[in-house]
Design a protein around this ligand. Structure first.
Ligand code: CP3
Length: 356
């Protein structure tokens, strides 16, 4: 990292930030995708207090409360801002809601030319509640002027946001409505992507200004595309977002996660991010071979491990770290988010096995 005001100033545990440098570490840092969430009874209690999931996201103090919950239980080396990627389509007026026990729904999906022509890039100030949550999360991590662990801000990728915006919900068929638009009217999808790129860039920059020490781009559905489609409809816009952020915020590390796109590790590594997140269907050694030694890798334990048993977890961690150098440019994590049926005591077993 370059000199100047480094993002590690006044952070007690800098292990995760040091994993973005060439330093050999005593052990790999560890944090977990969706470490705050429904598998924790205390999270479910806070959400009930808040009223609903988006009410929780709109309350900086509740966001800070759930941010701290996993840190109180486990020895984690980073925290991720409590929010959601769908705040952006919500700010675009697409009518986001989360039913109890259901995935997200958008009341006004972008399924015709008229709605896409009417799509406006929202003013980033309409997402001020997220930046307030970032600042409150940072305050909650800080005591006597010292922040305990780095705070990660995030955004959905333009393509993954477009998947929800066009489909209007999650998908059982690899976002067929979105992919059909891509095949028939790539110009329409590209208009949605351009709007998303513009707001996601400012959204991430504002999170860094509000105190995020690293930024992550979640391209959860990039893997439904072929390599050529992935380059055109997903990676191209992420590459531009990264370039803009690097010009504005050279000291803030950026992590790129395209789930299911292992075919493009080399292209991702050349996109300018500091780290690649590796999903559980790929392999850390494969990613290292394709991406090279100069990029940090993050991942990729199977979230399903958190529904097995302590012995299975210890054996898997042991096997993973015999075949992969975990002390250089590596951040231990899951290959995808913790599921609601994860057992809290097995999360502890995984974190402890990684630290051992
Ligand atoms: O600790 C953390 O990581 C919490 C912060 C966080 C949430 N969502 C909270 C959340 C983060 C980083 C996300 C990212 C997110 N949101 C992604 C990208 C990561 C990924 O998993 O691929 C995506 C695709 C979404 C969209 C989304 N939000 C879906 C599909 C759902 C419903 C299904 C599910 O997994 O829960 C959500 C809701 C959501 N976001 C919850 C949480 C804790 C559960 C809401 C509840 O309390 O019922």
């Amino acid at each position: 990292m370059s000199s100047g005001s480094t993002p590690s100033a006044n952070i007690a545990n800098t292990l995760m930030l040091r994993a973005f440098t060439d330093e050999r570490l005593p052990r790999p840092p560890v944090w977990l995708l969706r470490q705050a969430g429904r598998y924790l009874p205390e999270y479910r209690a806070t959400r009930a207090k808040a009223g609903g999931f988006m009410d929780l996201c709109r309350s900086p103090s509740f966001c800070a409360e759930v941010l701290l919950q996993p840190l109180e239980r486990y020895k984690l080396d980073a925290a991720i801002v409590f929010s959601d990627i769908l705040t952006i389509p919500d700010a675009m007026g697409l009518g986001l809601s989360f039913g109890v026990g259901e995935g997200p729904k958008l009341a006004h999906p972008l399924q015709d030319e008229a709605s896409i022509a009417a799509l406006r890039v929202p003013d980033v100030s309409s997402l001020q509640y997220v930046f307030d949550a970032v600042a409150e999360c940072k305050r909650a991590l800080t005591q006597n002027g010292v922040q305990s662990v780095p705070l990660i801000g995030f955004s959905g990728s333009p393509f993954t946001l477009a998947c929800y915006m066009v489909e209007g919900a999650g998908s059982q068929n690899d976002f067929a409505t979105t992919r059909r638009m891509m095949l028939q009217r790539p110009d329409l999808l590209e208009r949605v992507l351009a709007a998303n790129e513009q707001i996601a860039t400012d959204y991430l920059a504002q999170q860094a200004h509000a105190g995020a020490n690293a930024l992550m781009l979640f391209d959860s559905w990039g893997g439904v595309l072929s390599p050529a489609q992935y380059e055109r409809f997903s990676l191209a816009s992420m590459r531009r977002i990264i370039a803009t952020l690097k010009a504005r915020l050279p000291n803030v590390p950026i992590i790129l996660f395209s789930k299911g796109a292992a075919h493009s590790f080399a292209a991702m590594a050349a996109a300018g991010a500091d780290a690649l997140h590796v999903d559980w269907q790929s392999d850390l050694s494969l990613a290292r071979a394709a991406a090279g030694k100069q990029i940090t890798l993050q991942g990729n334990f199977d979230p399903l491990l958190l529904t097995t048993d302590v012995e299975t977890i210890q054996r898997t961690v042991g096997e993973t770290f015999t075949s992969f150098d975990a002390k250089h440019r590596y951040i231990a994590n899951l290959g995808h988010g913790i599921t609601p049926d994860a057992k809290p005591e097995l999360v502890a077993a995984l974190v402890n096995a990684i630290r051992a």
